[in-house]
Design a protein around this ligand. Structure first.
Ligand SMILES: Cc1ncc(COP(=O)(O)O)c(C=O)c1O
Length: 1018
């Protein structure tokens, strides 16, 4: 090993000139250069070429000199493009010469080319230059990969693996605090770093890319022009190369870790680093500085001070103090991220898992936050009174402002988003430890603002990590940390700040909480650190951090790093992304645009229209991130955006879509599958694009088959939007804009048992109501006419969810058929298993129609419709005129239809409809027991109605009340409708996937809305 105290060679300038000429055949002028151990001269040859003549310290073992020359030879041979010194061979062709010193010692002598450039020490260490330096070192070490020499296996103080030896020099440090600082790094090194070093990649490295050994291109100061001085090269851990370079390059940097990250990224781009190397980089940088300051102190004590040795001592101490204040996990996260790794190992798997499982998480609040009307809390606006009063630690004023805002705008839940830049963080604790002069101002949690006392539940099973109370003003107050380890997901921690102290008394570290278990309550300002009541909810993917170390507010510059270390907890809390980002036009803009460019007849639901942007299962999500439970829209039969249907449509659309004049499997397969759900005899299918088209086709068939245009319909029925169907729809022709009943249409009474004359025995309702049909047939007969068609929904919907009395259709079909007519069942609303007990609602009446029409739920939102009839009617319709429907029965529609049938069968959705329907009926009947306004509840499967009356005896329809309940239900985030001739029936057709929890939600909201409407009075 080199003896560092051995004096540098005593060689004069004249002797140096002589050595150059004698050994290398180069004559010229010579000037001495600074050197720690050797004697170096700059040699300007007569041909103006520049060289460095190095007279090596006599104490340096020859093998080490030979190692250096072998290294340079290796680079010259294998990587001639690298900007490193080149060896000048001796006149005898050797790489090394030998010269005697004045005392007779033998010195190895080397002549290498002078590298032009300005030392990094005298250059501006811009990020680009640091990246270039990293790149240069990466290329160098890549070139040295596989190179080895006995002299490389040296052991000396600058080998980072020996950095722990600095402990023996600690007594040279006079200042107690400085010594304690070094001890902290040394302790960590011994415990956590040194044991991991043997497993890291090792090779020959330069090991001394200090800022005097790095040369910068003066013309292009963002580029490194050369690396010099291989005197410290050795075989060591590869990452030491980066650590050493960083230790010098980042001294006095505004953002030392950011600077190191650029350097590491430059290296990584040329020579990929590994995660386990980057994980130690922060400490290795620090340990290089620890080595440097302790060696300097030791030598100062020994030699009385050598300016070269202590040249970088003061900045090294400054940097050590800064590094000591930093959290090494955060610093490492920055370094990892800069090289394209996750900020913390497993971070992306955690967020991926949460995204994939978000629908299964337990709600964090009593009512799922997605369902609440939300608004962003104005902490992003420095002028806002709530921000100003919060920053001034006046939580009561901030709360009052927020409560008034919520009351005015109907907001139930305030949201403080992840990443928001805020001015409320005024105290000194928010000064950045990474970036000089910067503050931490960007929120890294998710804030949920509700009243103090709001109960909070864990979305996943958890073990309590810690419960503590932070007393600092504007701190967390009561702070709970939970650790979650869901199967298939790396562990992560959730932080619950600003809680009531009650949680601290109830929970202790190690407690297990099941998903949905109470964590605690939102604290009052006296308990929560002095804030308007809210929860600071945060994820940490680094589970090794203590709760108080988790960074709640971070530097804007490193948001991309914090995003992985402390990902946005919105998804875990069940807050839809639309809460934070709106797209497209505002609601008023769309209303105005509709007025300007759409038919004015298009109505809009609700006096305050809703803009929906996404559907998911039973939920519709509006443009402000509020999820509404959709209990009305029976098109989304399997739930909105059902993945199987979406996939089937996408797959087929990507392959082929064309009309029915070409052969395709899908249309025949679908026809077979559909007709198989129907009674025998209904065996011929035809496809269309809307319920109206299917009914129109049905009408043509009836007319062709019977030769008659006369039809009997039920009062208040609706069958479609074309002129001929409006004529069959009393709901249309009898109301505003209608022209009244056409002469060929005959109306039978709605067979509404609830409103049947009191004197009718219940078991005669079918017969008695059927008499109205008999009267229509008799009426026709008096006019010399006869029915061609009887058309009815199997459960009249627009008429108010009217369930036909048992046996009604049997009576009616018999009469109509006896008079030569055919019977059609409109199953556009009620079909496809909605009634649960059967595929088709007519089956509940024990009849088989001659034609069945279907629409709405058939494609789960894809516009399609169908008609199924008998082969006899199909044959008579085949009168020579082609039936062609451009889009009807196309492969994409059939794929959608098949997927719907598959899912109903695979997922047992008819059984679900029956069970949940029965449950809802029981809940509604319980409501009826409590609310006199409920005159009747009726339903089968998931087709349900609640009829509201002023008075149960008179059954006077409570039309206004029904509208107010409907509005109240909507205000509470649930969609239902009102229907019936008096518009007093609450109508519900939830999707077939409706769960018991959904049913409870609906029943609970109905209860609340009715109570509220009744409490308000008339
Ligand atoms: C019972 C019934 N039949 C037919 C139709 C017409 O269907 P579409 O709007 O798809 O043309 C409707 C539409 O509301 C309907 O409710």
């Amino acid at each position: 090993m080199t003896n560092v105290s051995h004096p540098a060679p005593q060689v004069s300038q004249n002797e140096a000139v002589d050595i150059a000429a004698r050994h290398f055949g180069i004559s010229g002028s010579i000037a001495p250069l600074d050197s720690e151990r050797d004697r170096n001269f700059k040699l300007t040859a007569s041909d103006h070429s520049l060289w460095i003549l190095k007279i090596v310290n006599a104490s340096e073992p020859l093998v080490e000199s030979e190692f250096q020359t072998a290294l340079l030879d290796h680079l010259e041979r294998n990587s001639p493009y690298l900007a490193v010194p080149r060896i000048k061979k001796t006149l005898q062709g050797a790489s090394l010469a030998h010269a005697k010193g004045p005392g007779g010692e033998d010195h190895a002598v080397r002549l290498v080319s002078w590298r032009p450039g300005r030392p990094l020490a005298e250059s501006q260490a811009t990020p680009a230059l640091l990246e270039s330096l990293g790149g240069a070192l990466g290329r160098l070490d890549h070139a040295l990969q596989g190179f080895i020499h006995p002299g490389a296996l040296r052991s000396f103080d600058w080998d980072i693996r020996r950095a722990g030896a600095a402990r023996q020099r600690l007594h040279h440090i006079d200042d107690n605090q400085d010594r304690a600082l070094l001890e902290r790094f040394l302790d960590h090194f011994d415990a956590e770093v040194a044991p991991n070093l043997p497993a890291l990649r090792a090779q020959v490295i330069h090991n001394d890319a200090n800022d005097w050994n790095v040369l910068v291109d003066p013309e292009r100061p963002e580029l490194v022009a050369g690396l010099i001085d291989f005197g410290d090269a050795l075989h060591s851990v590869l990452i030491a190369e980066v650590a050493v370079a960083c230790a010098y390059a980042i001294l006095d940097a505004e953002d030392p870790i950011g600077a190191a990250a650029r350097l590491a990224a430059g290296f990584h781009a040329e020579y990929p680093l590994r995660e386990e190397e980057l994980d130690l980089l922060f400490d290795l940088i620090a340990m290089r500085l620890v080595t440097s300051v302790t060696l300097s102190a030791a030598r100062r004590d020994r030699t009385g001070g050598n300016p070269y040795l202590s040249i970088s001592e003061a900045p090294a101490w400054r940097l050590l103090h800064r590094l000591d204040r930093m959290n090494r996990h955060f610093a490492t996260a920055i370094l990892r991220k800069a090289c394209g790794f996750e900020a913390a190992a497993g971070a992306r798997a955690v967020t991926g898992w949460i995204t994939a499982n978000r629908a299964r998480l337990a709600p964090i609040l009593d009512r799922h936050p997605a369902t609440l009307a939300k608004a962003l809390v104005p902490y992003g606006d420095p002028q806002n009174p709530m921000t100003v009063t919060s920053a001034a630690q006046q939580p009561d004023k901030a709360t009052a402002w927020w409560n008034a805002y919520c009351a005015e705008h109907g907001v139930a839940l305030g949201i403080g988003p992840w990443g928001e830049a805020r001015t409320v963080y005024t105290s000194d604790i928010f000064q950045s430890r990474f970036v000089e002069g910067a503050r931490r101002a960007n929120h890294l949690g998710l804030d949920l603002f509700m009243a103090a006392g709001t109960r909070l539940y864990t979305p996943l099973a958890a073990i309590v990590r810690s419960v503590e109370v932070e007393e600092d003003p504007l701190g967390y107050g009561c702070l709970v940390a939970l650790e979650h380890t869901p199967p298939g997901c790396p562990s992560f921690v959730t932080l619950w700040g600003h809680m009531a102290h009650e949680a601290g008394r109830r929970l202790k570290a190690g407690d297990r909480l099941e998903a949905g278990a109470l964590v605690g309550e939102m604290g009052t300002p006296t308990e929560n650190g002095g804030w308007a009541p809210h929860l600071h909810f945060q994820i940490s993917t680094d589970t090794s951090l203590a709760a108080s170390d988790i960074l709640g507010v971070g530097e804007e510059r490193y948001l991309d790093v914090w995003k992985e270390l402390f990902p946005d907890a919105a998804e875990l809390a069940g807050i839809p992304p639309e809460t934070f980002r709106q797209s497209g036009r505002s609601r008023p803009q769309i209303v105005a645009a509709r007025k300007a460019s759409l038919l004015p007849n298009l109505s809009i639901s609700y006096s305050e229209p809703i803009k929906f942007v996404r559907g998911e299962g039973a939920w519709l999500i509006d443009d402000r991130g509020r999820a509404y439970l959709d209990c009305f829209n029976n098109v989304c039969h399997l739930g909105h955006a059902h993945p199987d249907v979406v996939e089937a449509i996408a797959r087929q659309a990507a392959k082929l879509n064309t009309n029915t004049r070409y052969l395709h499997d899908a249309i025949v397969t679908y026809a077979e599958r559909l007709t198989a759900t129907l009674p025998a005899g209904l065996s011929v299918a035809s496809f269309a694009c809307s319920g109206s088209e299917a009914n129109s086709l049905m009408l043509r068939m009836a007319r062709t088959h019977t030769g008659r245009g006369e039809a009997i319909v039920l009062d208040w029925a609706y069958h479609g939007t074309t002129q001929e169907l409006i004529e069959l729809s009393p709901y249309k022709y009898k109301r505003k804009g209608g022209k009244g009943r056409p002469a060929h249409v005959f109306e039978a009474t709605i067979p509404d048992s609830y409103r049947a004359p009191a004197e009718w025995p219940v078991d005669e309702h079918a017969k008695r109501f059927a008499e109205s049909v008999a009267e229509q047939i008799a009426d026709m007969a008096r006019q010399g006419r006869a029915p061609g068609l009887f058309l009815a929904e199997s459960i009249p919907s627009v008429a108010g969810q009217v369930f036909l009395p048992d046996g009604y259709l049997g009576e009616v079909y018999a009469m109509v058929r006896a008079a030569g007519g055919i019977c059609a069942a409109d199953e556009v609303q009620v079909g496809f298993g909605r009634v649960g007990s059967h595929w088709w609602a007519f089956e509940t009446q024990g009849v088989t129609p001659d034609i069945v029409t279907m629409g709405k739920p058939i494609g789960n939102g894809h516009p399609m419709a169908a008609l199924v009839t008998t082969s006899e009617i199909a044959a008579s319709f085949d009168n020579g005129m082609e039936y062609f429907n451009t889009f009807g029965g196309n492969p994409v529609s059939c794929a959608a239809g098949l997927a719907v049938l598959d899912v109903i069968e695979r997922d047992g959705l008819r059984r679900n409809a029956l069970e949940i329907g029965d449950y809802l009926m029981a809940r509604f009947k319980a409501l009826q027991d409590r609310y006199d306004i409920i005159g009747d509840v009726r339903g089968q499967g998931l087709f349900l109605g609640i009829e509201l009356v002023e008075d149960r005896k008179s059954k006077a329809p409570a039309t206004r009340l029904a509208r107010r309940v409907n509005d109240g239900v909507r205000a509470r985030g649930v969609l239902i409708g009102t229907e019936g001739p008096y518009d007093n029936v609450l109508k519900m057709r939830p999707p077939m996937i409706f769960s018991r929890a959904n049913a409870d939600h609906l029943a609970g909201v109905l209860d609340e809305a009715m109570a509220a409407v009744l409490a308000e009075g008339a």
